[in-house]
Design a protein around this ligand. Structure first.
Ligand SMILES: Nc1ncnc2c1ncn2[C@@H]1O[C@H](COP(=O)(O)OP(=O)(O)OP(=O)(O)O)[C@@H](O)[C@H]1O
Length: 248
């Protein structure tokens, strides 16, 4: 079966700065793929190139068999995107923002159900600007899911959410996955990645330094937990290059 997302030799630079360097990976339908890396590693830029909001220099990208730069209209209906920082117009209420978003899509979900699912029902008539950071974050996930997408991109999924809400978000996403939703997410929380992701890619300075399952990542490292393995992968080059001695 055709992959939901296929990225081949993607390359993007800002002027002289190479930000994404020949990345290749694919995500199968119904799979959760974790795209990991330190701040500034190139995750958001890669997502923007994949969803067609940023032009890339070289390589090929296809989502659901379509080209994100040429087939934006068709993809818009079928792909949801949660942005890290979304700027909303001033003085818009939660219900109004959801309504405007719903009106853009033909097969939109019932946003009231989504708001309930994400614990935002009682904030329906509040100004978006008055929501707490965690409430805004939850709203950004709701907005990404309103199109009833086949593929969703979640950038820093649960940053700012409290422990209980994080678990609830995981549970809900797992149920959407079971219904066939394809998810590409970025996260700095390795417990989240372990709980949700089938496969991961770790990038560093725009290059892939690991690509495989969570279990394979742990097995390839000297550690038993993904967070330790992740840090080992990301620090490896520096450690290999550094000459340090233990304090006596
Ligand atoms: N519009 C731009 N012009 C120039 N440089 C940019 C631009 N956008 C991003 N960058 C640079 O590209 C690099 C990758 O940024 P990107 O936002 O893709 O990283 P990230 O992995 O998503 O980081 P984070 O985890 O902090 O969100 C960074 O060094 C950033 O400063």
């Amino acid at each position: 079966m055709e992959a939901a997302i296929a990225v081949n030799q993607l390359y993007k630079s800002y002027g002289d700065v190479r930000v994404v360097e020949n990345l290749s990976f694919s995500v199968n339908r119904g799979e959760v793929f974790g795209f990991l890396g330190a701040n500034g590693a190139g995750k958001s830029t890669t997502i923007e190139c994949i969803v067609g909001t940023r032009k890339y220099d070289r390589g090929t990208v296809s989502i659901l068999g379509l080209n994100p730069l040429q087939d934006r209209k068709q993809l818009f209906e079928r792909v949801g995107v949660q942005f890290q920082e979304t700027i909303y117009q001033d003085k818009i209420k939660v219900a109004e923002l959801c309504e405007v978003t719903r009106s853009l899509y033909q097969a939109a979900s019932n946003y009231r159900d989504l708001l309930q699912q994400f614990g935002l029902s009682e904030h329906l008539n509040r100004q978006v600007s008055e929501l707490s950071g965690g409430q805004k974050q939850r709203l950004s996930i709701v907005l990404a899911l309103i199109p009833n997408p086949e593929v969703v991109f979640l950038d820093e999924l649960t940053t700012g959410l409290d422990a209980k809400v994080r678990r609830e978000v995981w549970k809900y996403l797992s149920s959407l996955k079971a219904q066939g939703l394809t998810i590409l997410l970025t996260s700095h929380f390795m417990d989240e990645v372990e709980a949700l992701c089938d496969r991961i890619m770790i990038i560093k300075e725009g290059r892939s330094i690991f690509h495989g399952t969570v279990r394979e990542a742990i097995a390839a490292s000297p550690y038993d937990h993904l967070e330790d393995a992740y840090l080992w992968f990301t620090d490896k080059e520096e450690l290999e290059n550094a000459s340090f001695s233990y304090p006596v």
